[in-house]
Design a protein around this ligand. Structure first.
Ligand code: NAG
Ligand code: NAG
Length: 341
């Protein structure tokens, strides 16, 4: 795999996944080969293994066409289903993975999403944004987080020890499957706390997608340089599973036995190994990493008006630039009480 050096170089500079993925990639590739060829030979599908939006593969409508992960992939509805009151016709739980101590980031994200829902009231009953972390271990955080829960009610504390790739995503899906009744949500999405989601675009995308056996996100690998030829998975910046797949993850031995690893690659792996998620939707080019001064590629690009999600917003400057581009503050009324440049 000659591209591993490039992946290493990209780890800090804007790869859609984390630097620790590299080691796990190497370890995982071997294990995967064992799993698919030895343990699950019948579940192994060459097509799903290597399909993806790579150079050389046929161009596809990036938004509406499902990635043909298996021959049975269904065509997506092209028109989002919209109820007369503007309700997008789809209900989604978004779990933003973060850490107890990241108060400032939570404050920003709460503000950003509350304003989006205020501007699109029909979405307020359709999209629930929650902050997700593992057990709170500091006595200080225990008090301050309890205060936030009392005020906002938007925090989910999982029964796990805080770590990046130690099964937190598995715990999130399993907890969601247990905690919410069937029918409460059509999709459950995992997102990073450095991802900016545009909820109306996201909901409209989901509304046009299959409600079952569906997996939406920015599909990797998307070129032959990064994560190639790892089997397809949706980048951890933000991906959604239909409710039946959430229940499947919560109850399957495939996922329970194989929880520890780079969470996004591993989610893709469970689904690939079990022949699940026949309806895949690649968010490229509408989901991407913040460009900055890095060269553009299939997962990192400049802002575009039809954006669903921007990832790698690591600092206040990037958030400010992104929010300004998307006119998040355009509705601010003038007032004698403040003056902003
Ligand atoms: C998380 O906290 C709960 C309640 O304090 C405790 O029972 C559980 O063992 C903890 N889990 C982990 C993985 O640390
Ligand atoms: C932001 O507002 C400007 C001015 O009205 C407009 O030209 C531009 O298209 C808007 N940008 C987006 C991403 O909607």
């Amino acid at each position: 795999m000659p591209s591993l050096y490039k992946q290493l170089g990209l780890g800090a500079a804007g790869s859609p996944v984390n630097a620790s993925h590299l080691l796990m990639l190497v370890l995982g590739a071997g294990f995967l080969a064992f799993t698919v060829f030895v343990v699950h030979p019948n579940d192994f599908r060459l097509q799903s293994f290597f399909s993806g939006a790579c150079p050389g593969s046929p161009p596809h409508d990036p938004v509406l066409a499902p990635v043909n992960a298996t021959p049975k992939a269904k065509a997506a509805t092209t028109t989002p289903v919209k109820a007369p009151d503007g309700h997008p016709g789809v209900r989604v739980l978004i779990g933003i993975q973060t850490m107890p101590g990241k108060y400032e980031r939570r404050h920003l994200l709460r503000t950003v999403y509350a304003l989006q829902l205020q501007e699109h009231p029909a979405l307020a009953g359709a999209v629930d944004v929650r902050f997700v972390f593992c057990n709170v271990t500091s006595a200080v955080d225990a008090v301050l987080v309890a205060l936030e829960i009392m005020r906002y009610g938007d925090v989910i504390v999982l029964d796990c020890a805080e770590n990046m790739d130690g099964g937190k995503t598995y715990d999130f899906f399993a907890t969601a499957a247990r905690a919410f009744p069937d029918g409460a949500y059509d999709y459950v999405m995992k997102a990073d706390d450095d991802t900016y989601l545009r909820l109306p675009a996201l909901a409209a995308w989901m509304a046009g997608a299959a409600r079952e056996d569906a997996y939406l996100g920015l599909q990797m690998p998307c070129d032959r340089e990064n994560f190639y030829p790892f089997p397809p998975f949706m980048s951890g910046m933000g991906y959604a599973l239909s409710w039946d797949l959430v229940r499947w993850v919560a109850s399957s031995e495939v996922s329970r036995r194989d929880r520890v690893g780079p969470e996004d690659m591993w989610t893709g792996r469970w689904l690939n190994v079990a022949g699940k998620a026949k309806n895949r939707y690649d968010g490229a080019p509408r989901m991407y990493n913040y460009l900055g001064s890095s060269p553009a590629n299939c997962f990192r690009r400049g802002f575009r008006p039809d954006t669903i999600a921007v990832h790698m917003l690591k600092d206040a400057g990037r958030w400010a630039e992104t929010l300004a581009y998307f006119n998040a503050t355009a509705a601010l009324p003038p007032s004698a009480l403040y003056h902003l440049p």
